[in-house]
Design a protein around this ligand. Structure first.
Ligand code: HSE
Length: 423
């Protein structure tokens, strides 16, 4: 039986889940994988679990790095510092690192990958995208024959929970967010989730793996859900569309587009059925066609499932493998990133109800080559009425310009929302 010593950094929600999983599943993993896992040390500021004193590390370097019986360091504290220093020290000492830290991987991947390669250690991060959903290893180990041409995912549970509740309860973003915070479904500081940053880090990792190319966060367009209103959700419903915060990656020939933004999708789309805090990733490969993976994207035990899977996977390998992206050394080598993508748009404009207003707006749209697929006016009022447009596929920059010009028309009170549509 192969004996594998593990150190945990962090014993919060996910750390506790990993600790419990190793205890609970130890003999099952021994029987099934021939690998005996032992948690040798835990380094934490706060202990969400009662653990024996002998397991508590006092000094990272003395108690973990210098301990030759520790093969794998599991980093679960999140954020960049001190996680980066901990991970680099472990890799430098030849210890394999397993982490759930999406921000660290997204921002420091080349440096960490080089440190791992240099010492021959492994670097694994399945839990960084989609929590318990085994998406990265599916791409790495089960889709080798495929060139992935698109990924589209709901990879932030907090925002999917908020959008689902706004739809079900007909409530505002602010009200649902406050309720979600009370229930522990959203952080006290929800910025990372509601402004799309968490999904952006995850998309950087997911699309890099999917497209066999490094996709730094700086190339990802990112817009959160703070501007989504009850009206948008209701008008979307009337059009058979539902609003989701989607992380989208597309690759065509040598061009990649990557974006995180609220997106209207048809209610018949498989991702529309993903409600509450669940995550799902819809992926298209040139050989396999479409596949979708669905599950819990957060939480102690689902995330622990991915972390412990990485530990077992790493422990079972003679040699670790490393990314060999097309643009490993230089992001712009061979590939370019598109920021003028094409999609349909849902646009809600508040106007004075006067003859000729629709024609004026249509003429501005036409000037920029934006073709209108449908328009509806809701209600009659001497003051203001909403006009709801859905365009045919149009270029992002053309739509931005058309909207800017439209907003200067004297009868236009405001362009209340612009939401991209994917089908
Ligand atoms: N905050 C994340 C979410 C979970 O809401 O999905 C951790 O990645």
């Amino acid at each position: 039986m192969k004996q594998v010593g593990v150190a945990l950094i962090g014993l919060g929600t996910v750390g506790s889940g990993v600790y419990k999983t190793v205890e609970m599943q130890k003999s099952y993993i021994e029987h099934k994988e021939g690998i005996s896992l032992t948690i040798k040390k835990v380094l934490a500021l706060d202990y969400a679990l009662n653990i024996p004193d002998w397991q508590k590390a006092k000094d990272y370097h003395k108690d973990i790095i210098a301990d030759e019986s520790i093969d794998i360091v599991v980093e679960l504290i999140g954020g960049i510092n001190p996680a980066r220093e901990f991970v680099l020290a472990a890799l430098g000492a030849g210890k394999t690192v397993v982490t759930a830290n999406k921000e660290l991987i997204a921002r420091h991947w080349p440096e960490l990958n080089a440190a791992a390669k240099n010492s021959g250690a492994g670097l694994y991060f399945e839990a960084s995208v989609g929590g318990g959903i085994p998406i990265l290893r599916t791409i790495w180990d089960s889709l080798q024959a495929n060139e992935v041409t698109s990924v589209m995912g709901i990879i932030n549970g907090t925002t999917n929970y908020i959008l689902t509740k706004m739809d079900e309860d007909k409530a505002s973003f602010e009200k649902v967010l406050a309720e979600a915070q009370q229930l522990g479904m959203a952080e006290a500081n929800p910025k990372n989730d509601v402004e799309g940053l968490d999904a952006m880090y995850k998309l950087s990792i997911l699309s890099s793996m999917a497209f066999h190319a490094r996709v730094p966060v700086e190339y990802i367009y990112c817009e959160g859900i703070t501007g989504i209103t009850q009206e948008d959700i209701a008008y979307g419903n009337e059009l058979g569309l539902t609003v989701k915060l989607l992380a989208i990656g597309k690759k065509k020939d040598k061009t990649i587009e990557v974006r995180v933004h609220p997106t209207m999708i048809p209610k018949t789309h498989p991702l529309a059925a993903v409600r509450g805090a669940f995550n799902a990733i819809f992926l298209r490969g040139n050989i396999v066609g479409d596949i979708m993976l669905y599950g819990r994207g957060a939480g102690d035990m689902p995330t622990a499932s991915a972390v412990v899977s990485d530990v077992v996977y790493a422990a079972g390998r003679e040699k670790h493998h490393y990314t060999t992206f097309y643009n490993e050394d230089n992001v712009s080598d061979e590939l370019s990133f598109e920021n003028n993508w094409e999609c349909e748009f849902f646009i809600r404009i508040i106007v004075l109800d006067r003859p000729g207003v629709l024609a004026k707006i249509a003429s501005v749209f036409g000037k920029y080559g934006v073709s209108i697929a449908s328009v509806r006016q809701q209600g009659v009022s001497s003051d203001s009425v909403p006009l709801i447009f859905v365009t045919h596929k149009a270029k992002e920059i053309s739509v931005k310009r058309a909207i800017e010009d439209t907003s200067y028309l004297p009868e236009v009170l405001s362009v209340a929302s612009t939401i991209r549509v994917e089908r």
